[in-house]
Ligand binder design. Structure first.
Ligand code: HEC
Ligand SMILES: [Cu+2]
Length: 318
């Protein structure tokens, strides 16, 4: 009876703070709910019909009292907002050195690939104590990646990338659910996250590697789809070199600038006319109908391997 779990196990670096905020909200609501309920009951009884209590001197206006019950809730709610906003940003901005994992959701399974090549279905193996960034998309309807023990829940959308991150703090196995109703077998769209000690994870990674690293698959796709004919370093007249692209700032033909992240690269490949790079003609064909979500992730991983802003000097587009 005494270990009746009110909340799921807390197994990530942000879980304790999420729970603290949750309990604060419950506490504030219970405190004021209690005061109001007690007053309601007390005054109902005291001033019931036919009671002898005096009704003289009823107050109709009281400035200090009104200021008090306006300012106190304002301070409390602004405090809750501030804490909530800080926590929200912490939970949505992955640390720089986070390890990446790619997730494709579909009716009704989770397909996962690690940059080292390992693929998994409805399972995600991660090392303990290392921040993990998930880059996610759906190949059909909206799903939601939910790991209660990590207090992580992020919608996974078709036609766009969403990201989230977590750092597991305890080795073990945790439930993975889809938290967005997604059709007939939504209820069975579940899996597990396996958190392992570092060296155990490295062993798992080496032992279950059936596919080549994502950069190698991406490199091959880059040739297969003919990207290389316009995007090699010697063909800069046709298309910009992709060396040093990832993470750099790209100037577009309409004068605006954009950071070259996963979303931008995806957009460049599927809808090249949408964000034309300054100084180039709209020559690039769209690949929207030809590429699977997995292939797109592999090409992105390959483009990432071509380096970031530190070598951007080689790029023609500043
Ligand atoms: C016919 C030539 C051509 C082919 C083939 C081609 N591209 Fe492009 N690509 C371009 C041109 C021109 C631009 C710059 C204009 C624009 O943004 O559309 C560009 C822009 C890009 C950008 C944005 C680059 C930047 O500097 O911001 C990316 C990423 C990209 N291409 C990836 C690819 C990939 C991946 C493939 C293969 C699947 C591919 N391209 C195939 C010509 C091509
Ligand atoms: Cu789902």
């Amino acid at each position: 009876m005494w270990d009746f779990p009110l909340l799921p196990e807390a197994a990530s670096s942000t879980a304790a703070e999420v729970d603290a905020l949750f309990w604060l909200l419950i506490g504030v609501a219970a405190f004021f709910g209690g005061i109001i309920t007690a007053g309601l009951v007390y005054f109902n009884i005291r001033y019931r019909k036919n009671s002898k209590a005096s009704r003289a001197g009823a107050v109709s206006e009281h400035l200090p009292l009104e200021l008090l019950w306006s300012i106190v809730p304002l301070v409390i709610s602004a405090g809750i907002f501030g804490w909530g906003a800080k926590l929200y940003f912490d939970m949505h901005v992955p640390p720089e050195h986070a390890r990446e994992v790619y997730v494709v959701a579909k009716q009704w399974m989770w397909k996962i690939q690690h940059p080292q090549g390992n693929r998994e279905i409805n399972e995600l193996h991660v090392p303990v104590g290392v921040p993990i960034k998930l880059v996610m998309t759906s190949q059909d309807v909206i799903h939601s990646f939910f790991v209660p023990a990590f207090r992580v829940k992020q919608d996974v959308l078709p036609g766009r990338y969403t990201t989230t991150w977590f750092e597991a703090t305890k080795p073990g196995e945790y439930h993975l659910f889809c938290a967005e109703y997604c059709g007939t077998s939504h209820a069975s769209m579940k899996g597990r996250v396996v958190v392992m000690k570092q060296e155990e994870f490295e062993r798992w990674l080496a032992g279950s590697r059936l596919a080549e690293p994502m950069t190698a698959s991406g490199d091959q796709l880059f040739r297969q789809f003919g990207c290389v004919t316009c995007h090699s370093q010697t063909s800069q007249e046709r298309g910009p070199s992709l060396h040093g692209l990832f993470g750099s700032t790209v100037r577009l033909a309409d004068g605006s600038t954009v950071t070259a992240d996963e979303r931008y690269i995806r957009e460049s490949i599927l809808n090249p006319g949408g964000a034309l790079v300054a100084g180039y003609k709209p020559l690039m064909p769209t690949y929207a109908q030809q590429m699977s979500q997995e292939q797109l992730f592999q090409i992105i991983e390959y483009i990432k391997s071509l380096g970031g802003p530190q070598i951007a000097g080689e790029r023609k587009n500043p």
